[in-house]
Design a protein around this ligand. Sequence first.
Ligand SMILES: Cc1cc2nc3c(=O)[nH]c(=O)nc-3n(C[C@H](O)[C@H](O)[C@H](O)COP(=O)(O)OP(=O)(O)OC[C@H]3O[C@@H](n4cnc5c(N)ncnc54)[C@H](O)[C@@H]3O)c2cc1C
Length: 290
Amino acid sequence: MDRLPAARRFVRRFVAGPVLEDALGVVARLNADGVEAAVTHLGENVATADDAAHATDAYLGMLDEIARRRLRAVPSLKLTHLGLDLGGPMCRANLERVASRGLATRTLVWVDMESSAYTDRTLELYRALRPTHSNLACVVQAYLRRTAQDVERLIEIGATVRLCKGAYREPPELAFPDKRDVDLSYARLTDRLLSAEALARGVYPAFATHDERMLDRARAAAKQGGVGADRYELQMLYGIRHDLHGPLRAGGLRLRVLVPYGEDWYGYFMRRLAERPANLAFFFRQLVRG
Ligand SMILES: Cc1cc2nc3c(=O)[nH]c(=O)nc-3n(C[C@H](O)[C@H](O)[C@H](O)COP(=O)(O)OP(=O)(O)OC[C@H]3O[C@@H](n4cnc5c(N)ncnc54)[C@H](O)[C@@H]3O)c2cc1C
């Protein structure tokens, strides 16, 4: 797939390019339009400590460049990229290095959520480091049955938390198989994260979705609760529903777009294809034409 020009062109719809410079160019353009960014160096499930160290260095370099260029952007990383499969202590040390650099440059560091095999370890590490690294942010997935409970524990510690629907294939015992239940869960969790109690405890919620009904729900819940537009944000992925950026910004809402870059795009790209059958059909048409 990597060698097919048609495949590479399609990948570029969702991925800024192979190097950090590509992502930072996109971030500068987003910032000029009043949109903030999160930057992901693509990669997951590394097999060696050296690979985890390289990923950590890439995030340290990214933080330095973000600060040097005064961009409104934060890193968004995966713990299995920092070596979670190779051992908790190593991953913790790597995350601590990135989070400490983020503290020094006053930048949030967002820890993505991966498949359910990592949920406990990711949330445990988040809770362990958050007291010393207040710039750490985490993610919960509305499709998991456990998430309502996880959210209560995150509210207790006043977490900075992104709510997404969830992008991995999970068994029905763990995740709602029906999209309607996922959407219902997303709406309920939105209300909870915007509740007076959550905000009083210092929760800063980010609603990551391209679903207009969910975006409307977040806006309506905030309005009903008298929650200011600076107390929460909306997040989207690079290359998806760009047409919504202008109207959301014009409505005075805070918007952040996640911009991925790097050569290791396969997993990320496949999740974007799987989310939307129309993408798959379009992709195969491009391949045949190519
Ligand atoms: C900023 C951000 C960070 C994320 N971080 C994580 C994470 O850490 N862990 C995790 O598991 N998931 C993460 N996700 C992915 C998320 O879980 C969903 O898989 C993804 O956002 C699609 O769900 P949706 O909320 O947009 O709703 P959907 O109901 O899937 O889609 C709503 C509409 O959005 C558009 N759309 C959605 N996906 C696509 C696509 N791939 N291509 C084109 N159009 C599309 C379509 O118009 C669709 O009708 C993240 C998403 C965002 C926006």
